[in-house]
Structures are given as structure tokens and as C-alpha cells.
Design a protein around this ligand. Structure first.
Ligand SMILES: [Zn+2]
Length: 363
């Protein structure tokens, strides 16, 4: 019971950023003596620290408590078709270090060994304190069935029914596996009490549904495959084999291919009001607006735009919001459309975060 209370308190403070003892007692419905004892235990263990004073409307100011971020670390790996990204995060989810290597995926022992070797060299290079490392999370662009320990299917990696054991055997400790969009959504939303839909606009389009402070997986781990909702019947070919999918119109590739192969290149052209870039953008925003509007009609909650494109969207939210409102007359404004906090590393961060969550269960 005491451990349960300590975990609840540590999680609450992590979610809030900081909190005072009276705030903790009130929010978690715990007695002050229980809070005092648990906080003392957590401070003795080096998990909590005092972080200034709370705002007060009068009387003695209460001390604010916060979680010591670097007491433990998590490593995250994001595997894509042509790259592997690595992050080291602290307990709060701050990215302390990151690295991206070009490494084309292939289902072979040499590839999996290479991923492990790259992780080792990354951790050596940043001189990570291995004794503080909780574990490694791995994000994969495909459908994962954790109960069967299986990568069920990945169009992007062009594989089916791969046992995750073939990758796990290269790690001393069993990694945690997560779908790339689900991992990114966890990175963005883990401390949120609101419901939200995460739309990932990377080289493929995916997403996640965050409901009741957890991801909704679906009956077959295929929820939120927003990229394969049909937007234009008989339209452009999608890599999944169908025509007219959201992916064919809203993936990062649609813009990057008009920016000399990079999104940065595209948005530079758009800023310079290049006519071709503006025409491409006009169609992109329109397709994205229909998609966002449909998601809003389906889920009636905040929509977070993430993935590679999400990192560039902030200056264009007003324009997108206007278009969405034209398709959706149920809302007076578009403040429910928001952009992601993490630009590129979200999937690796989300995969690594699981270990932070598990660690708090043990405090
Ligand atoms: Zn498709």
C-alpha cells in the first residue's frame, strides 16, 4: 500500500511538473501524515527534490516538489525503412541526446546486430551512465501484437509475421516494442487527462487514439490507421495497394518530393512564395483539412498533428483551421487542432518512456 501511494505521488508530481504536499493530499485524497511519510521516503531515495515555492494567495508559501529527472534514463530506437534513430531520455521525457543513422532495413541477422552495435556506439559516444539505464524501447512502423511477440505486418519494411525474438536476442534485456505512431502519441500525450487523436504525418500517415489516458489499440491492433481511409475514390495509388488513401495525399513525401527531397526544402520554397510550392501546398492543406474534419466528426476531441510535417505546421495552423471550419460547421473555432511538441524523435521517445512508467511502479 505504501509503495502504491509512493508511485501515485511520484506519477502525480511528474504529470503536474511540480506540486506541494497539500496539493498532493487534496488531489490524491491522502491524509497529510501519509503524504509526509511518502514524500520523505521518495526524497531519501533521491526521486523527489524541492524545487522552489508554490504560488500562494497568502500565509506561508508551500514548498514545491518535483521529480529528479536524471535519476534514471531510458533508451529509444526508431526503426524506419532507411534510417535508425536513437535517443536517451530522462525520467521526465526530456531528450538528452539523439542520433540518426542511415541504415536500410533488411530482415537479416546482420541488420539486427548492426542496430545493437549502433546503440552501443551511441551510448558510448554520449558517455551514458549505464547503471542508470532502465531499458530500451523500440518503435517499428507496423502492426505489433505484443501478446504473440510478433510484428504482424509492416508495409514500409515489407515484412510479415516476424517474431520480435529475432531482434530481442541481440539485447541483454527484453526491449519494449511499440508501433511508431502509438509511441509518438504516448510521447505527446502521456501526461494528459484529455482525450485526443494523434495524426502522424511522416513518410507514411498513421495515428493513435488516446482515450481515458491510454491508447485504444482496436480489436486487431489496427486502430487509427488513418493513412488508409479513402479520401478520393479511384484516386492516387497508395503503397498499401488501394487507390485514393489519405497517405497518398498527406504523407511528408508529397511535400518533400517538391522540395528537392526534403521537407525543409519545401517549406523554404513555400516561404519564398514559389508558385509551384504554393499550388502543392494548397492541395495538401485541403486534403489534410478534410481528414482532420472527419477525425473531429468521429472523435469530438483535440487533434494533435505530429510526424515530420507536424514539426513545420505551427505557422500554418490558422490557414488549416479556416479550411477545416469550411468542412465542419459544428465548431465555432479550430483551437482543437494543435501541433506536436516533439519534431522528429517522438517515436523513439515514446518507446523509451515505457521504462520510466514501469520504474515509477517500483518506487
Ligand atoms: Zn493505403
Amino acid at each position: 500500500m505504501a509503495q502504491n501511494n509512493r508511485s501515485r505521488i511520484a506519477r502525480f508530481i511528474l504529470r503536474q511538473g511540480s506540486a506541494s504536499k497539500p496539493e498532493i493530499a487534496f488531489a490524491l485524497k491522502l491524509s497529510m501524515p501519509t503524504v509526509l511519510q511518502c514524500v520523505k521516503d521518495l526524497m531519501d531515495a533521491g526521486i523527489l527534490e524541492e524545487a522552489g515555492e508554490c504560488e500562494s494567495t497568502g500565509g506561508r508559501k508551500a514548498k514545491a516538489l518535483s521529480v529528479v529527472p536524471d535519476i534514471r534514463y531510458g533508451a529509444g530506437i526508431d526503426i524506419t525503412a532507411n534510417h535508425v534513430s536513437f535517443v536517451l531520455i530522462d525520467l521526465v521525457g526530456n531528450v538528452l541526446h539523439h542520433r540518426r543513422n542511415r541504415l536500410a532495413y533488411e530482415h537479416s541477422p546482420a541488420y539486427y546486430r548492426s542496430v545493437r552495435d549502433h546503440l552501443d556506439s551511441f551510448l558510448r559516444e554520449i558517455q551514458a551512465d549505464q547503471s542508470k539505464l532502465l531499458g530500451t524501447g523500440i518503435s517499428l512502423p507496423g502492426i505489433i501484437d505484443r501478446s504473440a511477440n510478433l510484428l504482424v505486418r509492416s508495409h514500409i519494411l515489407n515484412v510479415e509475421n516476424i517474431s520480435l525474438q529475432v531482434l530481442s536476442q541481440y539485447f541483454d534485456q527484453e526491449p519494449f516494442y511499440e508501433n511508431d505512431a502509438s509511441a509518438a502519441a504516448m510521447a505527446e500525450l502521456r501526461h494528459d487527462s484529455r482525450n485526443a487523436v494523434y495524426l502522424s504525418l511522416s513518410n507514411t500517415v498513421g495515428g493513435a487514439i488516446y482515450f481515458g489516458q491510454a491508447l485504444y489499440p482496436g480489436d486487431h491492433f489496427r486502430s487509427a490507421e488513418f493513412g488508409h481511409m479513402v479520401l478520393v475514390p479511384g484516386g492516387q495509388a497508395c503503397y498499401c495497394g488501394k487507390k485514393g488513401c489519405v497517405d497518398a495525399y498527406c504523407s511528408a513525401k508529397v511535400l518533400a518530393r517538391r522540395g528537392g527531397g526534403s521537407l525543409e526544402g519545401f517549406f523554404e520554397k513555400l516561404e519564398a512564395r514559389d508558385p509551384e510550392a504554393m499550388a502543392v501546398w494548397d492541395q495538401y492543406v485541403d486534403r489534410l483539412a478534410v481528414t482532420v474534419s472527419n477525425l473531429r466528426m468521429s472523435f469530438d476531441c483535440d487533434i494533435i498533428l505530429g510526424g515530420y510535417v507536424g514539426g513545420f505546421l505551427k505557422p500554418y495552423l490558422g490557414e488549416l483551421g479556416q479550411r477545416v471550419l469550411e468542412y465542419n460547421r459544428f465548431d465555432r473555432d479550430s483551437s482543437y487542432i494543435q501541433v506536436c511538441r516533439y519534431a522528429r524523435e517522438a517515436s523513439a521517445v515514446g518507446a523509451a518512456l515505457t521504462f520510466a512508467e514501469q520504474y515509477l511502479d517500483t518506487v
